[in-house]
Structures are given as structure tokens and as C-alpha cells.
Design a protein around this ligand. Structure first.
Ligand SMILES: [Zn+2]
Ligand SMILES: [Zn+2]
Length: 262
């Protein structure tokens, strides 16, 4: 059967930005720093923002401004992603909102997230000189991805597909597209439909975006020891984007690691 052409992914790129661009009035999409909450009502408290596994406060990882077209009640909609930085959890995750920011040591470096659609972002012939206008990725990610690849052998195909997508725009830190297919870095630990819990409202959750391992580079994760690590973080949100209760709702994150079992 002829597959419909999938909607292109929107790619997120990290870029240094002046502080004013990251204020809540700008409805920013950004990595690190403190969350720029869209609204003050119903902010999640410390309990909602602590690690389910170890109980420690979660660190704010990133937020995306993601209004839904045609939905007046989601005219201003943001997704906030938090992670646990404490070993051994190393990124127990929660996707939703947090308020009480843990102490300063918990803040990740701050960047604006610039969005480009994948097609536009991927010229067919790319001249090396003009490849990286958004810059500063010299040391990144090909070698890292190559070394990750060594763990895989029978999963080559999945990884190769992943890498082919990454090669088009190596600095992509996330891929956004409500209802599109995520790309997995490994054949291990790919969720089945039953692994994604329905929203408490009764609707299914659908894929909305994924965080790529390239983001670790910006977080200087190597300097943090093993404090955060992932292959892919895939975020699933209520298909109806319901509003249960007050302004913020917890959604669901699937973490796929790179390292396969022994
Ligand atoms: Zn934890
Ligand atoms: Zn729902």
C-alpha cells in the first residue's frame, strides 16, 4: 500500500541568545536555566517535580512552545521537560511542569531552541564551508554517534536510519511533530503501544517530540560525570491535549538508552 508521505519533522537547534529572548513574555523554546512558565496558576509543586525513583528534585531540562493550531484553549501551550541528575537514576524523567527550582548547581546552561523544518533544513548538496552557520558544533556529534554505534551490531539497520537522519542536520537537538513517527537509536527498548499509558482523560497519548543525544553536548554532560545520559527521550502527550484540572498536566516520557544489554 502506498504510504502517505509523512509530515516533515520540525528540528530544534540550540543557539546562544540574549537573556531577554528567553523571558516568559517571549514564549520561548529553550534549554536549561529556569523554566519560563507560561502561566502562574497551578504550577506543580516540589512533589510533582521530584524523581519517582530517588525522590530528589528534578532539574529543568528544556521547554518547547507548542500551541495547537485551531485550538483556542491551547493557544498558549508549552511543554516542560525535567530530569533527575542524581546517579544512579541518571535521567529519571518527567514531562510536565515544575516550580520550585532546586539550587543553582542544578541549572543546565541556557540556550534558545530555534526551529526549522527538516526539509528546509536539509539541502541536498551541502557545501562544507556554509554547512554550519548556526555554528560551534565542530567537535560534535559524528564521532560520538559512531562510537555509540559500536555497541550495536544486529541493530545496525535501526541505527543507520537514525544516523542518516542526523547526518542531514547534525546539530539537531530535538525533533518535533505531533503524531509523526519517532526515530529510535537502537532496536532495544522500543515501546509498544501498550507501553504508553493513556491519558487519565481516557484519550491515547501520541508521540509529540523527541530529544536527541546531541543535546548532551550542549549540557556539557561529560563534565557532569554520569549524571545525565540518554539515547532518545520520546515524549508522548494526550491526543486531545485535554486540560485536567489546573493549567499544568503531567505527560509521559520514554527513555531509550544507547547501550544495549550485555
Ligand atoms: Zn532520581
Ligand atoms: Zn487527556
Amino acid at each position: 500500500m502506498a504510504a502517505a508521505r509523512p509530515a516533515p519533522a520540525e528540528l530544534g537547534l540550540a543557539q546562544a541568545a540574549p537573556a531577554w529572548r528567553l523571558l516568559r513574555e517571549q514564549f520561548p523554546s529553550k534549554v536549561g536555566g529556569r523554566p519560563a512558565w507560561l502561566g502562574a496558576a497551578g504550577l506543580p509543586g516540589p512533589a510533582a517535580l521530584s524523581c519517582e525513583q530517588c525522590g530528589r528534585p528534578l532539574a529543568f531540562l528544556l521547554q518547547l512552545y507548542a500551541p495547537l493550531p485551531g485550538r483556542a484553549d491551547a493557544f498558549h501551550r508549552g511543554l516542560f521537560l525535567f530530569c533527575c541528575r542524581a546517579p544512579p537514576c541518571c535521567a529519571g524523567l518527567r514531562e510536565h511542569l515544575g516550580d520550585t527550582m532546586p539550587d543553582h548547581n542544578f541549572l543546565f546552561p541556557e540556550y534558545e531552541i530555534i526551529i526549522e523544518t527538516e526539509d528546509e533544513a536539509a539541502p541536498e548538496v551541502e557545501n562544507e564551508d556554509e554547512a554550519e552557520v548556526t555554528g560551534s558544533m565542530d567537535e560534535m556529534p559524528e564521532e560520538e554517534l559512531d562510537s555509540l554505534a559500536k555497541h550495536e551490531s544486529r541493530e545496525d539497520k535501526i541505527f543507520q536510519k537514525f544516523k542518516a537522519k542526523v547526518d542531514l542536520v547534525p546539530e539537531q537537538i530535538l525533533r518535533y511533530g505531533r503524531g509523526i513517527a519517532p526515530i529510535w537509536i537502537s532496536g532495544e527498548n522500543i515501546p509498544q503501544e501498550k507501553d504508553i499509558p493513556d491519558c487519565p482523560c481516557g484519550a491515547k497519548r501520541i508521540f509529540e517530540f523527541q530529544v536527541m543525544p546531541q543535546l548532551l553536548y550542549y549540557l556539557k554532560a561529560d563534565r557532569l560525570g554520569r549524571s545525565v545520559d540518554w539515547g532518545v527521550l520520546a515524549i508522548f502527550t494526550c491526543a486531545k491535549s485535554c486540560r485536567l484540572g489546573t493549567g499544568y498536566t503531567e505527560e509521559f516520557v520514554w527513555k531509550q538508552d544507547v547501550t544495549a544489554a550485555p
